[in-house]
Design a protein around this ligand. Structure first.
Ligand SMILES: *[C@@H]1O[C@H](CO)[C@@H](O)[C@H](O)[C@H]1NC(C)=O
Ligand SMILES: *[C@@H]1O[C@H](CO)[C@@H](O)[C@H](O)[C@H]1NC(C)=O
Length: 368
């Protein structure tokens, strides 16, 4: 009786220890995830900065689990959140969050900042944003902090084995070259020369990311920039996608894919993976009904033609069902559109993911 009693009381104790082991085990085994780039992937860093590029007021976040704004430019989850979901990990926390510390650092971090581009002069109108060079400085600082927790060698392993997402480029057109008529960059460069310049600068940025330890990097191209409600409102006569911005995206994306292949050849490994977000978006822009959307032209939240003018604020028009809209605000996709994009990132054919999709990456890397 006494023995039975003691073994009964020991059992829960043992299973608690096992649980604790399983927990730290899964924390260590889970793949870290790092995110760099602009508003399409910012999880809230700009909330900690003095900038006009922010998503910190309702109705942003209306469909987020907390139903509150988080700084994400979405009604709910954004692309990195949904990737984290598929990896079975917590969403990446903004690096500037004071709550990102201790064990949580091992999940990864989000360094993205709305408004930034490949070039330093992109987004200057937003004042205080984290330009890509600064995002990398924070990434170094992150690695020093993690080394203090798990040691330098383990930190290098964690970074080398991590998945990285990089989203840049759209703002270099929308918030630089085409920001105002006769912008400084458009006087300096013809569009094809500007794209060549962007790609050569982007190559340096990605090479730096490799030097900082990244070994598996998803790089998204720009979406069809001329088709977003903001551009339809400002540049379109009858709802057709704005020609100049489509030309820009049409030049930029194929050259990006080519540059990534050439970097991979130089590095002797498939480090960089091109996600053709242009084609992914175009599918539901050209046939929204096929994907269960009622419109790909009108933003859910905004005002003016196509709800494409100004910002999404508590005073804006707001659609009742966000799932029926491709665009949440004048520039950013709805959670449901983001989910379809991540489906393609995961399982898309070579047209969408080059040289391979994320399912293949996860299968390959788990074997390594
Ligand atoms: C952007 O700024 C960073 C840091 O100030 C600098 O190292 C880099 O060379 C600049 N890039 C360009 C293209 O001027
Ligand atoms: C992409 O992923 C799916 C699994 O979801 C796989 O069946 C398919 O073959 C992959 N496609 C390519 C082109 O790698």
């Amino acid at each position: 009786m006494a023995i039975l009693f003691s073994s009964q009381s020991a059992l829960p104790f043992l299973s608690l220890i096992l649980l604790a082991f399983a927990y730290t085990g899964s924390q260590a085994d889970a793949r870290a995830f790092f995110v760099f780039g602009d508003s399409l992937v910012d999880n809230g860093n700009n909330n900690y900065l003095i900038t006009s590029a922010r998503a910190d007021s309702p109705p942003y976040g209306i469909d987020y689990p907390t139903h509150r704004p988080t700084g994400r430019f979405s009604n709910g989850l954004n692309i990195p959140d949904i990737i984290s979901e598929h990896m079975g990990t917590e969403p990446t926390m903004p690096y500037l969050s004071p709550f990102l510390k201790g064990e949580k650092l091992l999940v990864g971090a989000n360094f993205a900042s709305a408004g930034v581009g490949i070039l330093n002069d992109t987004g200057i109108q937003f004042l205080n944003i984290i330009r890509i060079g600064k995002q990398f400085e924070y990434f170094q600082q992150y690695q020093t902090r993690v080394a203090g927790l798990i040691g330098a060698e383990q930190t290098t392993a964690l970074v080398n084995q991590a998945l990285v997402l990089m989203t840049l480029g759209g703002n270099d057109f929308v918030n630089n070259y085409y920001l105002v008529p006769f912008s400084a960059r458009s006087r300096q460069f013809s569009l094809p020369d500007y794209v060549t310049y962007l790609i050569s600068e982007y190559r340096k940025v990605l090479r730096r990311l490799y030097d900082l330890g990244a070994r598996r990097v998803l790089v998204t191209g720009t979406g069809p920039l001329g088709c977003v409600p903001a551009e339809l409102a400002q540049r379109s006569r009858a709802g057709e996608c704005a020609v100049e911005l489509m030309r820009a995206a049409g030049l930029f994306n194929p050259q990006l894919t080519e540059m990534l292949s050439s970097l991979n050849t130089e590095l002797g490994a498939d480090v960089f993976v091109a996600a053709n977000t242009y084609a992914m978006h175009m599918d539901f822009i050209s046939n929204p009904q096929a994907y269960g959307f009622t419109t790909s032209k009108i933003a859910c939240c905004g005002q003016g033609p196509y709800n494409g003018l100004g910002l999404c604020t508590p005073l804006s028009n707001l659609c009742p069902n966000r799932d029926l809209y491709v665009f949440w605000d004048p520039f950013h996709p709805s959670e449901r559109a983001n989910r379809i994009i991540v489906q393609q990132i995961l399982g898309g054919s070579n047209t969408y993911m080059h040289p391979m999709n994320l399912s293949t990456i996860m299968a390959l890397d788990s074997r390594a």
